[in-house]
Design a protein around this ligand. Structure first.
Ligand code: TXA
Ligand code: MG
Length: 315
């Protein structure tokens, strides 16, 4: 159900859950102090409650209220990238309910770069918000995706299509050296420049790694479309009819409905990716072939694309 701004504020204040837009993906927002509302978020999403939530703020002082011992690096990064697609893991204030952090002593904080989100949070106070998809679906990047996942009773603040399309970069500031836990639109190069120290690119961890998982969400199975997703080096001359092809190189591609060409525009591919996954299933394609991406770590969105697509490819 699409609702107006004032209704969204009212609903959140009375403990309801409201889907709202950010620049990355839609979030399922709840008052970060309301344990019942947060419980409802987990139920609605069908998400295990040991997987912590990001707290969304609209000011540094809100971030200071929910955290402790903020390091200098926090202020440097907030100054450079907030509002924006960067989530920072820092020490939590004891006042933050355990249900927000899955019992961890740290909390994930982010200031989203979306006028509606910022205005909303300014009026409601900090909001917990996981990506608004049902567990096992790709994150919603447009209101239609929310209508696919939920019945009409879910209140939705409509902000149109999200501009980035992949979830925020997560940077852990509580480890010895800041560590990227999830790649997103803010790259390790930009983070290194802002901090004046080298931040390593995100490293894909193997599932059988015996080290404890730092970002609990990464241990859960991720969305895989019903269609089988596969990287492909070279697009064959004759295309399979039951497969959707996603290509980026600048060749002359045949003008057919099962080939989508991005002509080197990785940001647009990122913006469309989850919609492509959903559409492929809707159109009952059996396979999605994605042209292997160049490993250009300098390009901000490529590691995030490789990460999300590789997850969709896993057995
Ligand atoms: O772009 C985004 O970040 C979107 C929008 C709505 O802001 N949100 C989002 O939330 O992607 P979610 O819940 O789908 O993913 C958050 C990730 C999860 O993998 C979770 O495990 C991790 O952040 N996380 C949350 N708190 C953490 C903490 N204290 N330490 C380590 N990882 C944490
Ligand atoms: Mg998510």
């Amino acid at each position: 159900m699409i609702i107006d701004f004032q209704t969204a504020v009212k609903l959140i204040k009375k403990g309801d859950v409201v889907a709202f837009p950010t620049e990355t993906v839609y979030g399922l927002g709840a008052d970060a102090n309301n344990i019942m509302a947060i419980k409802r978020t987990y139920e609605l999403k069908g998400r295990p409650s040991d997987n912590p939530l990001i707290v969304h703020v609209s000011s540094i002082s809100q971030a200071e209220d929910i955290t402790r011992n903020l390091p200098d690096s926090f202020y440097k990064l907030a100054e450079s990238f907030w509002p924006g697609p960067l989530t920072l893991i820092v020490e939590k204030d004891p006042s933050v309910p355990d249900i927000v952090t899955g019992g961890l002593s740290t909390v994930a904080v982010r200031m989203p770069n979306h006028p509606l989100a910022l205005k909303l949070i300014t009026q409601t106070g900090p909001l917990t918000a996981p990506s608004a998809n049902k567990s096992g679906k790709p994150s919603p990047t447009k209101p239609e995706h929310l209508l696919q996942d939920y019945d009409d009773s879910l209140p939705i603040l409509d902000g149109g299509n999200t501009t980035i399309g992949l979830e925020s970069t997560i940077l852990d500031l509580t480890s010895k050296k800041p560590e990227i836990l999830r790649p997103g639109a803010i790259s390790h190069v930009e983070l290194s420049e802002a901090l004046g120290e080298e931040i390593l690119p995100f490293q894909e961890k193997k599932n059988h790694d015996s080290k404890p998982v730092k970002s609990p969400g990464t241990k859960y199975t991720h969305y895989k479309p019903d269609a089988e997703v596969k990287w492909i080096k070279k697009i064959p001359k004759s295309l399979e009819n039951n497969a959707l092809y996603v290509v980026y190189s600048q060749n002359e591609w045949p003008d057919v409905k099962n080939l989508i060409s991005y002509k080197g525009n990785f940001s647009i591919l990122a913006k469309d990716l989850y919609d492509i996954f959903r559409r492929a299933d809707h159109l009952q394609y059996e396979k999605i072939y994605i042209e292997e991406l160049p490993v250009l770590h300098e390009d901000t969105i490529i590691p995030a694309l490789i990460n999300r697509i590789s997850k969709a490819c896993t057995e």
